[in-house]
Design a protein around this ligand. Structure first.
Ligand code: BGC
Length: 760
């Protein structure tokens, strides 16, 4: 009897210590690498944009590094011929290890979907997962096996240009979207990848969206508690979904740059959330730690590695200094081995050791990339990502109505594609003018297009001039004075039944390095809208933007405002679908739209303060408010209109009390009170009335997008458990504190009705 027990124990120990085939394989690979070659695996470079595949061998620095086995991966090129050639060099070099190929595939690859902020307003997780799935299929056909997405940074400050790349201000919704994107790229099993799946790279870890004053790359000042409660959930959700890699961010946290922050990378991401992939720095982020004031390149490289970073993007810090640091005893070889192993594991899981060319497929490229089916899907997606902000009844437009199409963005394919779209088909993105003129008699005010350049000139502050004419003095960018351009738009308007004005942000006004202190529609465009309003013609504003804008001066001018973000390849078609009623808008905001820039940062899940002031009430001295502006946004989080209307019952709880280990169902009945079928995003918020730390006035904890036919009703159930009511307390413990909670349901974060639940 005793013998058997010993035997079983021995077997268990053997099973636990037995190496997986992957471990054994990587042991073998590593045993034949020199220390220098292992460091080489930690080195990531961009492909030069201009080099032709034929020239790679002779002149390229990357090829030279590869020949010495000093490069682990490359990123930035969608050109399969070039990538294949690099792969050949890698395999024939001393190390013989295949390269991993990354790229910023952010909202689609060749087929472009709405920008991520736009996608998030669909609140449709299945749809979002399918966009990532299609992007993976397209990217993986051209050699790319690693995408720098999802970008999951929560942002409460619309001045930050990169708010366009994320999913808005809410950590719960952001977590759901992060999970959907990871599944879309990688599939649901991250231990292995099919040839049309790619590895996700979650960015920017961490808290980049908390940049002070919305200024890009700026410092982040958040407590750990607020970081965990307000910002971290999407990063965590992506780890739980099995994301294969993370990208460290440019900002500092608690005085330590994120790229060398061991609390973020080691304690939280790896130890607490169980992430077992690799972490790459953002581009040149290691070298930027010198400017952060931490040390020279050798010092910051050593500290980044020791803090848990595995791969260096474009700083040449690892490849340039780690060997020396090992010699000096500054860095242990074991630290390098650990990072190298993580990168080799990723390559193993991607199947690159088995077939380094498995992601190159001419057949798939022809069959799967930028196909009519893909474009049809892009149109379907873009239809679901347009937020109707205002409608006095003018929309939907009558087909056959004569439409004057005006405004600087009506003919702008680049603005349709939006930030971080590197598709070779961007120039073909369907513009609003194209979309409308396919449906109804339309006339286009050519000149109003030039207001786009006028907006630029008007806004030297946007820094866009530099992008258009590098190093040159500011040129006169348009040939006719603004009043003539506006007069032309007005003349068109006078001949039409209705005016559709497409205004907002031109390419480059949002995205990386595009923070703004003035987040209104540019003055030149507002002047045009005023003149159009004066014609007395119905005026529909189609807003193209990558951030929430302060629309206080536009709102009174418009009969309807349809916010379409940058809607992607099929933008113009999809917007026309909504304008003419072939699609009923169902998107809802995932960021608060401020009244003025002075309200920023602005977010619905704020704290109450000791002197609370209701969001929409005027100034009252000695309460927390402004003398010159309401506290509340112009359009709140969760808000968006439909061509139909919905009414909400009060929420009903299945029980008034819930034991900590139990569940309760909150039900709400939503009725379609209008004359059209429609989708409605039903939202559930909670508020912890008394807790040991202060809590937000509202927190989203559930939503469902439901189809309700005209005149019909839907009962929507939300099952709540203690986890939904938990938060990180002052000691950073995830706790549900017994007591009373408000459970609120409604169509947006402003118009909610509450029931009270007691947790025992
Ligand atoms: C951005 C990242 C991007 C990287 C590579 C950086 O400047 O912050 O989001 O993935 O460049 O293109």
């Amino acid at each position: 009897m005793r013998k058997t027990a010993i035997l079983v124990t021995a077997c268990l120990v053997a099973a636990c210590t037995a190496k997986s085939p992957m471990d054994t394989y990587i042991d073998n690979v590593m045993s034949r690498l020199t220390l220098e070659q292992k460091i080489g695996q930690l080195n990531l470079h961009s492909t030069p944009g201009f080099i032709s595949a034929e020239r790679v061998m002779e002149e390229d620095e990357n090829a030279q590094l590869l020949n010495k086995g000093l490069l682990g991966g490359l990123y930035g090129s969608p050109n399969p011929t070039l990538l294949r050639q690099y792969q050949e060099i890698a395999l024939n070099s001393g190390a013989g290890i295949p390269l991993i190929f990354g790229m910023d595939v952010i909202h689609g690859h060749q087929t472009v979907f709405p920008i991520p902020l736009g996608l998030s307003t669909s609140w449709n997780m299945e749809l979002i997962e399918r966009t990532a799935r299609m992007a993976a299929k397209e990217a993986s056909a051209s050699g790319i096996n690693w995408v720098y997405s999802p970008m999951v940074d929560i942002c409460r400050d619309a001045r930050w240009g990169r708010i366009a790349e994320g999913s808005g201000e809410d950590p719960y919704l952001g977590g759901r979207i992060a999970q959907a994107m990871v599944y879309g790229y990688q599939g649901h099993d991250n231990s292995t990848y099919a040839t049309d799946e790619v590895m996700a790279c979650v960015k920017h870890y961490a808290l980049y969206g908390g940049a002070e004053a919305g200024r890009d790359y700026n410092s982040v000042f958040l407590s750990r508690q607020e970081a965990l409660n307000g910002y971290m959930n999407p990063y965590k959700a992506a780890a739980k979904a099995g994301a294969g890699s993370y990208m460290s961010s440019f900002n500092e946290f608690e005085g330590i740059p994120a790229t060398m922050n061991s609390w973020l990378m080691d304690e939280l991401l790896r130890k607490s959330w169980g992430f077992d992939g690799f972490i790459v720095s953002d581009a040149t982020a290691i070298a930027e730690e010198i400017a952060h004031g931490i040390g020279d390149l050798q010092e910051v490289s050593a500290r980044s590695l020791q803090a848990g970073l595995d791969m260096d993007m474009n700083s040449d810090g690892f490849v340039g200094t780690l060997l020396q640091s090992v010699k000096e005893g500054r860095v242990k070889e074991a630290d390098i081995d650990r990072a190298c192993r993580r990168i080799l594991e990723a390559k193993y899981k991607l199947g690159l050791f088995e077939d380094p060319y498995r992601y190159f497929s001419e057949e798939r490229f022809k069959a799967d990339v930028y196909t009519p089916e893909n474009l049809a899907f892009a149109r379907e997606v873009a239809r679901e990502c347009q937020v109707l902000l205002k409608n006095n009844g003018i929309l939907p437009l009558r087909k056959g109505a004569k439409v004057a199409v005006v405004g600087p963005l009506a003919q702008d394919a680049a603005a349709m594609a939006g930030t971080w779209s590197q598709s070779s088909h961007n120039g073909e993105s369907i513009t609003l003018w194209q979309g409308i003129s396919e449906v109804t008699p339309a006339s286009y005010a050519e000149g109003s297009w030039l207001l786009r350049d006028a907006a630029t000139e008007d806004g030297v502050r946007y820094g866009l001039i530099r992008m258009f004419a590098p190093g040159a003095p500011i040129p006169p960018v348009h040939s006719r004075p603004q009043n003539l351009l506006v007069a032309e738009a007005v003349a068109k308007a006078l001949t039409a039944d209705v005016v559709v004005a497409c205004v907002g942000e031109i390419a480059g006004m949002n995205g990386e390095g595009a923070s703004r202190t003035d987040i209104t529609v540019p003055d030149t465009q507002v002047e045009m809208l005023k003149a159009l309003k004066a014609t007395g013609k119905p005026l529909v504003v189609v807003l193209v933007t990558g951030r929430p804008l302060a629309l206080t001066n536009v709102e009174p001018l418009a009969d309807a405002i349809l916010n379409v973000w940058s809607p992607g390849s099929e933008g113009g078609h999809a917007v026309a679908d909504v304008l003419f009623g072939d699609a009923n808008p169902s998107a809802k905001l995932t960021t608060s739209f401020p009244r003025s820039v002075g309200q920023l940062p602005l977010y619905y899940n704020h704290k109450n303060t000791g002197r609370p002031h209701p969001d929409y009430e005027p100034y009252r001295k000695f309460t927390s408010c402004y003398t010159d502006e309401l506290n509340g946004p112009l359009y709140p989080f969760g808000y968006g209109l439909s061509y139909t209307t919905f009414s909400y019952s009060e929420p009903v709880l299945s029980a008034d009390e819930m034991p900590l280990a139990g569940t309760v169902t909150a039900s709400v009945t939503v009725t379609n009170t209008g004359s059209r079928d429609g989708y409605e995003v039903v939202q559930l918020y909670i508020h912890d009335i008394y807790s040991t730390s202060t809590r937000p006035v509202k927190e989203l904890k559930g939503f469902q997008k439901v189809f309700i036919p005209a005149g019909g009703s839907a009962k929507v159930d939300f099952v709540l458990s203690a986890d939904d009511l938990s938060y990180y307390n002052h000691d950073l413990q995830w706790v549900c504190e017994p007591g009373d909670f408000e459970i609120m349901t409604g169509p947006n974060s402003r118009e909610t009705q509450a029931a009270v639940l007691r947790v025992l």
